[in-house]
Structures are given as structure tokens and as C-alpha cells.
Design a protein around this ligand. Structure first.
Ligand SMILES: [Zn+2]
Length: 140
């Protein structure tokens, strides 16, 4: 069996995301062909680490995925109402919340690229509606 996978996915650990994220990744033709880091706030600890060691640890894990499994792409998935960001109530508007996540994903992408310039980075913002249904939006 080959130990090669297409991508590394870094997503939030929030249970509301698990099933629909897996389904969405399948639809992106990644069907179980990815390494997975599931952590509170997804890439928040890369962009704005509460401790520099957390960023180092995550960058090291990205290196493992690249070097051991030849992942060529990192998929960052942030989401609305994320507890690691204080939830929806921490923001004045949905736009402000989305912008904050976009900025953190952009910052993370730059930091990841500095260390691993050959990686493609896909940024995704997942909006959870009031019924728990999730819309995944790719961020340019
Ligand atoms: Zn979250």
C-alpha cells in the first residue's frame, strides 16, 4: 500500500463540522486521501499562536505530511461561530467574522509558504446556518 496522499487538511475540532466536512472533502475528490489535523480554531495557532511552540508544532506536522506522505496541498478550513474565536457573538457582523477568519487563513498561508514554498494552499470558510447545514466557500 502506498503511503502517499494528496493533501493535508487542517480543520477545527468542532463536532458540528465532522460529517459535512468529510462529505465536502469527498466531493472535492479527496476521498479519504488526506492527512487530517483537527484542532480548536484550525489554523488560528499558526496565524496568532497563544504560544510560539504551538505554531512550531503545527509547522512540524505539516512537514511530516509533506515529507512522509508527499502531500502537495494544504486545505485550511475555518468556520463561523467558532468557539476558539469566541463564537459568533464576538463579532459585530457576519462580514466582520468572515473577514477575521480570512485574514487568519491568509496569514497562516504566508507562514506555511515561507517554510514549504511548494505547497498549494486552499482556504475554505464554512458557514453553519441555524439548522446546522454547512456551506463551504473557497476563499481567493
Ligand atoms: Zn471552531
Amino acid at each position: 500500500m502506498s503511503h502517499v496522499c494528496q493533501a493535508l487538511v487542517i480543520t477545527c475540532m468542532d463536532f458540528r463540522l465532522v460529517d459535512q466536512t468529510k462529505k465536502w472533502l469527498d466531493e472535492q475528490n479527496l476521498c479519504n486521501n488526506y492527512d487530517l489535523i483537527s484542532i480548536a480554531g484550525a489554523s488560528k495557532e499558526i496565524a496568532n499562536p497563544s504560544d510560539d511552540k504551538n505554531r512550531e508544532f503545527l509547522l512540524k506536522s505539516i512537514g511530516v505530511s509533506c515529507n512522509l506522505h508527499s502531500a502537495s496541498k494544504v486545505v485550511l478550513i475555518h468556520h463561523s461561530d467558532c468557539g476558539a474565536y469566541g463564537g459568533q457573538q464576538a463579532f459585530f457582523s457576519e462580514e466582520e467574522e468572515k473577514e477575521t477568519h480570512e485574514q487568519d487563513m491568509q496569514k497562516s498561508a504566508v507562514i506555511i509558504k515561507e517554510k514549504y514554498p511548494n505547497l498549494d494552499i486552499l482556504k475554505v470558510y464554512a458557514i453553519i446556518d441555524k439548522d446546522g447545514k454547512i456551506e463551504f466557500k473557497e476563499i481567493a
